[in-house]
Design a protein around this ligand. Structure first.
Ligand SMILES: N[C@@H](CCC(=O)N[C@@H](CS)C(=O)NCC(=O)O)C(=O)O
Length: 251
């Protein structure tokens, strides 16, 4: 049996959970509370010194990095294969998610919705949280988002990155029904959490302009596992609270 360390609201864990649920592969899930700093505890750092979810354990093998975990599952463990698509397109989508859209998503989520939750912490707990982040770049990004909130200059660039990304989705989806060809593939599993995050932050307007992307979204919402990962896994009221944060931001 495999074990996935993740958090219900972690975009990079959601791609894996959706893949696992879609394939109906059994797994143990260990929820890591990122707001309470469980990713910085020594037992977790032994699994991933970068202090981030997701982490996949396959017996005693540790697999890190969400894109790598998806490829690992697809190669060794799933009955269905989701990489039998255009390999160039697949690599491009995974790469864009990793280098552009994940950091943009982190900036937007932190400034709008994670920040208000962190404001409830004591100054000491906050200092400790930031000091525990091993990667200097990530520490700076989170700290700036916390300090500046909606005034963060990078917020506008992050939104522009998203707009550009959704445009490139539109371009591809006007050629093929899925992001890397005629069938659902790892590309779709890896991109979807970032679009759902837009909906959870009431940023639907970035998507609504593009009927091709709306159609893709409607299709993927019908796939097995979607409801579990993007609706049922959430504590009651959480999504509504985030949507409210997005509306209050009026960006
Ligand atoms: N490149 C990594 C990114 C992992 C990542 O950013 N994980 C976030 C959740 S989506 C996390 O654990 N954040 C905790 C923190 O930054 O303290 C991957 O794709 O697995």
């Amino acid at each position: 049996m495999i074990t996935l360390y993740t958090n219900f609201n972690a975009v990079c864990g959601q791609k894996i959970e959706f893949l696992l649920n879609h394939s109906a592969l059994d797994y143990n899930k260990i929820d890591v509370n990122l707001r309470n700093g469980e990713q910085h505890q020594s037992v977790f750092l032994k699994l991933n010194p970068a202090a981030q979810v997701p982490v996949l354990l396959d017996d005693d093998k540790i697999v890190l990095e969400s894109n790598e975990i998806c490829r690992y599952l697809d190669t060794y463990l799933l009955d269905e294969h989701y990489s039998q698509c255009d390999p160039v397109l697949l690599n491009q989508w995974l790469d864009q998610v990793h280098t552009a859209i994940h950091p943009a998503c982190s900036v937007i989520s932190w400034s709008l919705a994670i920040r208000p939750a962190m404001l409830n912490k004591t100054l000491e707990a906050l200092k400790q949280h930031f000091a525990n982040i091993p990667d200097a770049e990530r520490r700076k990004r989170q700290q700036r988002a916390f300090e500046l909130g909606l005034e963060l200059p990078e917020l506008h660039q992050a939104i522009a990155t998203y707009q550009h990304f959704v445009c490139s989705m539109r371009d591809q989806l006007s050629i093929t029904p899925w992001l890397a060809g005629d069938q659902i593939s790892l590309a779709d599993f890896c991109v979807i959490p970032y679009l759902i995050r837009l909906e959870h932050l009431s940023f639907n307007s970035i998507i609504d302009r593009f009927p091709e992307v709306c159609n893709w979204l409607s299709q993927i919402k019908l796939e097995r596992g979607f409801e579990q990962v993007f609706i049922l896994n959430y504590p009651s009221g959480f999504i509504q609270q985030w949507q409210q944060y997005g509306l209050q931001a009026k960006l």
